[in-house]
Design a protein around this ligand. Structure first.
Ligand code: ATP
Ligand code: ATP
Ligand code: MG
Ligand code: MG
Ligand code: MG
Ligand code: MG
Ligand code: MG
Length: 270
C-alpha cells in the first residue's frame, strides 16, 4: 500500500524475478486439471466423455476469454485448456506469472461458480478442484499452429483409445483389464476396425466435440437491440440500434489443416 511505498523495507521488491515474456511471441497458457483421474471418478463422470464436464470446461474458458485481455484463440480437450495471447499483447507488461495466474484463477473460480448449471443438484461438487498452469512462448505462426495441432492430435489419439476401450467394456462385456490387454500394441487402424466390425461403429461419425475438442474464437456479429429514446421536443419511442459485437464462438472442427486458418485469417498476425 502507498504508506509502505517508501519504507526501508521497500528494497525487497528488487528480489522479484523478471519474468517478462519475449516480445513478438505468442504467449500460450495451458491449464490442466489436477488429479482429474480421481476427480472424474468421485464425481461419477460418464466414460469415456462426460458432456456436462466438457460443457463446464468450455463455459469456464469462455469466461477467461471475456474477462481477460488479448486472448485470440483457446483450445480445450479432456481436463485441459490452452489460451493464446496475441503476439503484440502488453497486458500486465507481458509478465508470465501475472498472465498465468489470472488465467488459472479465473478458470478455476468459474469452474466452481458454474458447476450447478452443468451438473444440477444431483451431483454436488465434493471438494474445490484446481488447475496447474504453464506458459510457453511461440515465435512463429508455424510454431503456434504446430502447438495447437499437437494438442488436437493428442485429443484424437486419446479419444480413439478411450472410445474403443469403453466400448469393449460397456458393450463387449470385457473387464477393464481385459480391454487394456486387447488394445495393447494396436494401431489406430486396428482400433477403427474393432469399432467397425465388432460394434458397427464408424469412428468418423462419432461426436465432433469428442473427436476434435473445443476451439473458442472471437466472431463479429451484428446485434440489434431496441432502446427507449427521448430526443428534445419529441415523444419517447423505441428505436432499433444495430451494432457489431464480438462474441466468443465454440467450434468442434479440425484446426490442423489449412481450411480453418483460411476461414479465420485474423487470428494469426504477421
Ligand atoms: P489490482 O487488480 O491491481 O490488484 P485492486 O483494486 O485489487 O487492483 P489493490 O491494491 O490490490 O488494488 O487493493 C485492494 C483493494 O481492496 C483496496 O482498495 C482495499 O482497501 C480493498 N480491500 C481488500 N480487502 C478488503 C477488506 N477486507 N475490507 C475492505 N476493503 C478491502
Ligand atoms: P495430473 O494432475 O497429472 O494432470 P490427471 O489425473 O488429471 O493428473 P490427466 O492426464 O490430466 O491426469 O488426465 C485427465 C483425466 O480426466 C483422464 O483420466 C480423463 O479421462 C479424465 N477426464 C477429463 N475430462 C473428462 C470428461 N469430460 N469425461 C470423462 N473423463 C474425463
Ligand atoms: Mg492488493
Ligand atoms: Mg488487488
Ligand atoms: Mg497432466
Ligand atoms: Mg490433469
Ligand atoms: Mg490432462
Amino acid at each position: 500500500s502507498s504508506n509502505m511505498a517508501k519504507s526501508k523495507f521497500e528494497y525487497v521488491r528488487n528480489f522479484e524475478t523478471d519474468d517478462t515474456c519475449l516480445r513478438n511471441c505468442y504467449i500460450v497458457v495451458r491449464l490442466d486439471g489436477r488429479n482429474f483421474h480421481k476427480f472424474t471418478e468421485q464425481h461419477k463422470f460418464s466414460k469415456p466423455n462426460d458432456n456436462r464436464a466438457l460443457g463446464l470446461m468450455t463455459r469456464s474458458a469462455h469466461s477467461v476469454m471475456e474477462e481477460l485481455e488479448d486472448i485470440v484463440i483457446a483450445y480445450g480437450q479432456s481436463d485441459e485448456f490452452s489460451f493464446v495471447f496475441k503476439r503484440t499483447s502488453n497486458w500486465f507488461k507481458r509478465r508470465a506469472s501475472k498472465l498465468m495466474t489470472h488465467v488459472a484463477s479465473q478458470f478455476s473460480s468459474s469452474y466452481v461458480f458454474y458447476w450447478k448449471e452443468f451438473f444440477g443438484e444431483q451431483q454436488p461438487l465434493l471438494y474445490p478442484p484446481s488447475f496447474d498452469g504453464r506458459v510457453v512462448l511461440y515465435p512463429s505462426n508455424r510454431n503456434l499452429r504446430d502447438y495447437l495441432s499437437w494438442r488436437q492430435a493428442d485429443c484424437h489419439i486419446n479419444n480413439l483409445y478411450n472410445t474403443v476401450f469403453w466400448t469393449l467394456v460397456q458393450k463387449g462385456g470385457l473387464t477393464t483389464a481385459q480391454a487394456e490387454d486387447r488394445l495393447k500394441g494396436t494401431l489406430a487402424s486396428d482400433k477403427n476396425e474393432i469399432l467397425f466390425s465388432e460394434f458397427d461403429i464408424n469412428y468418423n461419425t462419432e461426436s465432433a466435440l469428442h473427436r476434435k475438442g473445443t476451439t473458442l474464437i472471437w466472431e463479429k456479429r451484428d446485434e440489434t437491440v431496441t432502446k427507449r429514446m427521448k430526443r428534445p421536443n419529441e415523444e419517447e419511442k423505441d428505436v432499433a440500434v444495430t451494432r457489431s459485437r464480438r462474441r466468443v464462438q465454440a467450434k468442434h472442427c479440425d484446426i490442423i489443416g489449412e481450411p480453418f486458418w483460411e476461414e479465420h485469417p485474423d487470428i494469426l498476425e504477421d
